[in-house]
Design a protein around this ligand. Structure first.
Ligand code: NAD
Length: 646
């Protein structure tokens, strides 16, 4: 059993696209009325937008936020704040501007509303780092934590790609070190793993379309979660090393984090195996890749810096850096030795890939293919192709797919295609038996809780079925238990859908559809009928029976290789079209029939299992056949068409 302590920091988070406009409401919510707007010289334009949104609430402006929160800058800003009588600061920008807001709040107790434009995560921590006389010190207190954070995905969309990459890796580092922190606890662990997944996904997609708001939302949400981890638990070697390199050698904050992270992870890997395994899983590391190597590859593929040399650190500084970094002890999974740190720094300086796994060759091919889609005009097509390629490559890599296995796969698909004709659709059958048709059907069609559930179309629907009048016998005398169908078609409020077109089709008593019986004369057990003025439809047929899907092709071979039977539970197909309503494709299953719980195409839904009630005596059409007959009554409820009023 693990014991733990967790302290949650009470900040209000507003997340979305275009949320900048909520800034006056958020200030008023805090009961504040006099705002000092903070920005950096680079982002003065964003400061203007925030000031404009605040209207009369904005009483002063300071655009002088700069790196490392120097106390001289804070003193100047403090003068502006006091002169204006401000009771709140609103900061828009990266960690540097947030730092200034925190510095002012720690001195005066003013409330802070922060609109972050990078992924640094400072906005959700109660920690402030300040520089006085060239020395950066950090301290923590509850007043330092901003009261409200407004995450506006649109603001981060302007962050240039190189800065976005390093800033996102800066965030990744918070999540990584949280997982092996001595204070790690379940909530922070969950946040960290989610952050790693989101940041990884965002980093992988960033270069394709830097302004894509979905990608930016992943990165910003990941940054928030990672920042929350940073504010909750203590960090280790990686953050201390970056602090040393930034403070004593003036290396840039986020790029330094980017270069050091894989090496700090590699240093800690053997001492924190569980954290590394979870990190690798969250990254979706290609099989065989260890977490440090996976992070290195991720950075390299995203185009981030990989060596301290390229950040401008002199090789001659490495010894002093190792000395400084090992001077004061602090909690870290692996023991900190001067020689150990010197080795780490040397590898980071050169930009060596940490050992562990041999996946980069396949990963590089994946990225090349993904990049080849960059010119695709249709964004949905590009997204689908990209994701498909990533998953296909991962499938091959994760399973060490052999050439002969893949050749078998190609042959299987070839045979599947060769079997397709006007009357046999082996690909639909494959999709059905793999459950994919039912998944797509659920995603597309079952979104209205009060409409009749849909079910797959199946491979035996034929376009243009014969038009038949109400009351017809669609079985055309085929042998079987007589079935009298009496259904209603309505909207979700129960109003009848008059003159709806209803296509019905089913198998015969032996389990075959007419298209499977080439000697049969014309369409049988299928037809197109119309509801009457009351939305009612009556016709005669025979009781559907269970049947095997065609299993003489590749799909049948797959079923027998996996020990599956090919049977479908007995059912009647319906395809209903009515103006002003969504088309409904569904099936009604015979309650008590066989295979309801093991339907070969995963098509059975509880709400579609209905009574085909046994009856004797005179049938609805007046026939006095002594045999048993069945009666099916049902009400189909159609969802309104998209854009149609109810
Ligand atoms: P930053 O705020 O200095 O921003 C980096 C650069 O990006 C700046 O030049 C800035 O003008 C530019 N920029 C920011 N947003 C932009 C946008 N949307 N479009 C174009 N350019 C944009 O750096 P940072 O990486 O955000 O933050 C680093 C600072 O934050 C460091 O001082 C670090 O110590 C501190 N920090 C503190 C904590 C904490 O918990 N106290 C946590 C993380 C970082």
């Amino acid at each position: 059993m693990t014991s733990f302590v967790r302290t949650a920091h009470p900040a209000r988070i507003v997340f979305g696209a275009g949320t900048l406009v909520t800034v006056p409401d958020e200030v008023e919510r805090l009961g504040r009325a006099r705002v000092l707007v903070l920005a950096s010289p680079d982002l003065a334009e964003l400061g203007d937008r925030v000031e404009k949104a605040l209207g009369p609430l904005a009483v002063a402006r300071f655009d002088g936020a700069t790196m490392h929160t120097p106390v001289e800058v804070t003193t100047t800003a403090l003068g502006v704040l006091r002169e204006a009588g401000a009771d709140c600061v609103v900061a828009v920008g990266g960690g540097s501007t947030t730092g200034l807001a925190k510095a002012l709040a720690s001195r005066t107790g003013v409330d802070q509303v922060v609109l972050p434009t990078t992924y640094a995560g400072s906005e959700v921590t109660p920690v402030l780092g300040e520089t006085a006389d060239g020395v950066k010190t950090t301290h923590s207190s509850p007043e330092i934590l901003p009261e409200t954070v407004i995450y506006d995905v649109e603001l981060s969309a302007d962050l240039p790609v190189p800065m976005s990459v390093t800033s996102a890796v800066n965030a990744l580092a918070h999540a990584v070190e949280a997982l092996y922190s001595p204070e790690a606890e379940p909530v922070t662990d969950a946040l960290a793993l989610d952050a790693i997944t989101l940041l990884t996904r965002g980093l992988r997609r960033l270069r394709q379309d830097p302004r894509d708001l979905g990608t930016r939302a992943d990165l910003l949400r990941g940054a928030w979660l990672a920042g929350t981890c940073l504010g909750s638990v203590g960090m280790g070697l990686h953050h201390k090393l970056c602090h040393t390199l930034g403070g004593s050698f003036d290396l840039p904050h986020a790029p330094t984090h980017t270069v050091v992270l894989p090496h700090a992870m590699a240093y800690n890997a053997a001492a924190a195996p569980d954290a590394m395994r979870r990190i690798a899983e969250a990254i979706g590391a290609v099989r065989g890749e260890d977490a440090p190597a996976a992070v290195f590859d991720l950075i390299q593929e995203a185009g981030g810096p990989t060596s301290l040399c390229e950040l401008g650190l002199a090789e001659t500084d490495l010894d002093r850096a190792a000395e400084l970094a090992s001077a004061t002890p602090y909690p870290n999974p692996a023991a900190l030795t001067r020689d150990g740190l010197a080795g780490l720094l040397h590898r980071a300086w050169v930009g060596e890939r940490p050992p562990g796994g041999t996946a980069p060759a396949t990963a590089r091919i994946t990225e090349q293919v993904v990049e080849s889609f960059a010119g695709t005009e249709d964004p949905r097509l590009r997204h689908l192709l990209t994701d498909l390629v990533r998953r296909l490559h991962a499938f091959a890599a994760d399973n060490d797919l052999t050439q002969s296995e893949w050749q078998y796969g190609i042959d299987f698909l070839t045979r599947t295609g060769q079997l397709c004709s006007d009357t046999r659709q082996e690909f639909v059958l494959l999709s059905d038996t793999l459950g994919l048709s039912s998944v797509v059907d659920l995603l597309t069609n079952s979104r209205t809780p009060d409409s009749t559930p849909s079910a797959v179309l199946g491979p035996f629907y034929v376009q243009g079925p014969p038009e038949l009048p109400q009351g017809s016998d669609i079985s055309r005398g085929a042998p079987g238990t007589p079935l009298y169908v009496d259904v209603l078609v309505t909207d979700t409020a129960g109003r009848p859908a008059a003159d709806a077109i209803v296509d019905v089709w089913q198998s015969n008593d032996d389990g075959f559809y007419d298209v499977q019986l080439p000697d049969l004369d014309g369409p049988v057990l299928r037809g197109r009928l119309r509801t009457d003025g009351e939305g009612r439809l009556r016709f005669r047929s025979i009781l559907p029976s269970e049947y095997p899907i065609p299993d003489d092709g590749p799909v049948g071979a797959m079923l027998s290789a996996t020990g599956r039977h090919p049977y479908r539970a007995p059912h009647l197909h319906f395809l209903i079209q009515s103006p002003g309503h969504q088309q409904l494709v569904t099936q009604l299953f015979v309650r008590g029939g066989p295979y309801l719980d093991s339907d070969a195409v995963f098509g059975v839904k509880d709400d579609l299992i209905v009574d085909f009630t046994p009856r004797t005596g005179p049938a609805p059409d007046g026939r006095t056949d002594a045999r048993e007959w069945r009666e099916l009554t049902f009400t189909f409820r159609l969802a309104p068409a998209a854009g149609a009023g109810s």
